[in-house]
Ligand binder design. Sequence first.
Ligand code: NI
Length: 180
Amino acid sequence: MAKKADKPYTGQIHQVVKWPEPVLAQRGDEVTVFDDALKQLVEEMFESMYIAQGIGLAAPQIAMSKRITVIDVSFKKNPSDKLALINPEIIHAEGRQVEEEGCLSLPEIREKVVRAAKVRVKAQDVTGKWFEVEGEELLSRALQHEIDHLDGVLFIDRISRLKRELVLRKIRKMQKNGEW
Ligand code: NI
């Protein structure tokens, strides 16, 4: 749903939680109720994602352990790229791509992550209706990254042990300096 640009957003903006917040490591609960509160939450998630300069946001990142994610790989440029996925599941994956990834819950951390080149995902929309979406390149990566969040998996769980240790060292240093 597109909102008028001149109309200020009045919903709640959610703070994005950072690693090592425990909610990020939990499996989100299935969504079973498709009501106005869910529609409102999805709109709030899009707005919170845009304010945080992200192209994807999963509910556990706003401390809500639910299987909900929003993605917009064009960052507002192309309205048809706005995707809200409820209870998403990867039903097909093929190929391989290796690109740098970042995450709003791991600010300033970027690492190369191996992902499937192409995925097909089935999910429910805000009304509960099932649909399928296919993604390649960046969309494929975003779908895999966000669905991982719903399973309590972060991209630093998908890099080598050595690289992960270096990342954790960098985070500890930032924490010590009050930059995290
Ligand atoms: Ni992320």
